[in-house]
Design a protein around this ligand. Structure first.
Ligand code: AMP
Length: 426
């Protein structure tokens, strides 16, 4: 039997790859405009980073990590998310000491979680994430959210819903925590084993349970918004105020708690309401994590960020029937007839390629007609024909496929002709 791709992973074939590249490039450009800069961290980290940074009580750490021992006996884990590693690097490389703060970063790359495979949920997926470290200004919460929204809108998504909540500061969270314990404790025997464990460790996570989400006590659970102290309330109102200024619509959703332990104050998700998107509608999740830098050994530093996966963006685009303006890239296809013409073609190809003109030729000894057909299929703008006659005249026949227009261009002028044609097209 032939070997098959591991469950929960995907091959991205060249046609799809173009879409991936487009989304990645678009997102990078948007980050550039907002002055966020790329950071690249390793694919694997010490396991402890995630158990501390993501949190021992989370599903990710408890059930989903790809953890292995290396040959030196160290426990390493394929990264399940990006924030912990970015914060590790921020602390380790002392980025907090740089004169320009906040430190505005973005990253992209594969993440790994041992999850049950379904549409929109993979075991290897590519996240694009943003982190702003070193500012506790509600305007930066709004900036981060607007960066996500504008990235999605710029990619053509329209049916978006921004859900936002505040988890408050430590004092508010503690008050809410106690209220949750009081609420769930008398009935905790009706909940799943995980929730029983969460009751004392992190009762907020009960609200996020995938097993018990229909239990009646979930609907009546105390809302964090009723437990926000004055400062937390004010902070939240300011964030919402900036969103209003930016014209970004939102829904306050007091049940929104993020799966990771380190969030406080602002928590948000961007969902797709497109029909046909499927049961998983979250495109992007993020929020504020003011204790994380300290937890990972750095100075007290506030942070906020989000991540989305390219996979879910593609699903949302498909559900909205949006296509990306992926450019066809072939400028010219050269048809050479005979040995000598082929040598000429090989040389011309190199000259043009080095000048940024994308071009190709046949490598399968196809007949001329088949080569024209191939050029058509590849959507080449021009076909350049070089035969014996052309060699003698030192000219090539250049045919524009869209119109059938045909001209002779001297070999010496071919490059500038193609360059000009490309410029006009763009
Ligand atoms: P999280 O780190 O769980 O808050 O996820 C942030 C975002 O990453 C989600 O909103 C999704 O866009 C994406 N994501 C998380 N898990 C997966 C997965 N298993 N497959 C594809 N995308 C995912």
């Amino acid at each position: 039997m032939s070997i098959q791709i591991p469950r929960g992973t995907q091959d991205i074939l060249p046609e799809q790859s173009k879409q991936w590249q487009y989304i990645e490039q678009f997102s990078r450009n948007m980050c550039g405009a907002y002055q966020y800069h790329e950071i690249r961290t390793p694919i694997f980290e010490h396991t402890e980073l995630f158990s501390r940074g993501v949190g021992d009580t989370t599903d990710i750490v408890q059930k989903e990590m790809y953890t292995f021992e290396d040959r030196g006996g160290r426990s390493l884990t394929l990264r399940p998310e990006g924030t912990a590693a970015v914060v590790r690097a921020f602390v380790e490389k002392k980025l907090y000491g740089l004169p320009d703060q906040p430190t505005k970063l973005y990253y992209t790359g594969p993440m790994f979680r041992y999850e049950r495979q379904q549409k929109g949920r993979y075991r290897q997926f590519v996240q694009f994430g943003v982190e702003a470290l070193g500012s506790q200004d509600p305007a930066i919460d709004a900036e981060v959210i607007s960066l996500a929204m504008n990235t999605f809108k710029g990619l053509g998504l329209q049916e978006l819903v921004l859900k936002i909540n505040s988890l408050g500061d430590t004092e508010s969270r503690l008050a809410h925590r106690q209220a949750l314990i009081n609420h769930f404790q008398p009935h905790i025997h009706e909940f799943c084993e995980d929730c029983k464990g969460r009751l004392e460790k992190n009762p907020l996570r009960i609200l996020d349970c995938k097993v018990d989400h229909k239990h009646p006590l979930m609907q009546t659970a105390p809302s964090i918004l009723d437990y926000l102290n004055e400062e937390s309330k004010r902070y939240f109102e300011k964030v919402l105020g900036y969103l209003d200024v930016l014209g970004i619509e939102y829904e306050v959703d007091s049940t929104l708690v993020r799966g990771l332990d380190y969030y406080n104050h602002t928590a948000f998700e961007i969902m797709s309401k497109a029909r046909g998107f499927g049961s998983i509608t979250t495109l992007c999740g993020g929020g504020r994590y003011n204790g994380l830098v300290e937890d990972l050994g750095g100075p007290e530093t506030p942070g906020i960020g989000y991540a989305f996966s390219i996979e879910r963006i593609l699903l949302a685009l498909e559900a909205e029937k949006q296509t990306l303006p992926v450019m066809q890239k072939m400028d010219a296809y050269i048809i050479a007839l005979g040995e000598e013409a082929t040598e000429k073609a090989v040389k011309i190809l190199q000259t043009m390629r080095l000048a940024g003109i994308s071009c190709d030729k046949d490598y399968q000894q196809k007949k001329m007609k088949a080569q024209f057909k191939q050029a058509d299929r590849l959507q080449a703008t021009f076909v350049i024909v070089i035969g014996e006659e052309e060699l003698q005249k030192e000219k090539a026949v250049v045919k524009k496929l869209a119109t059938g227009e045909q001209t002779e261009v001297a070999f010496a002028d071919l490059l500038s002709y193609m360059k000009q044609a490309k410029e006009e097209k763009e």
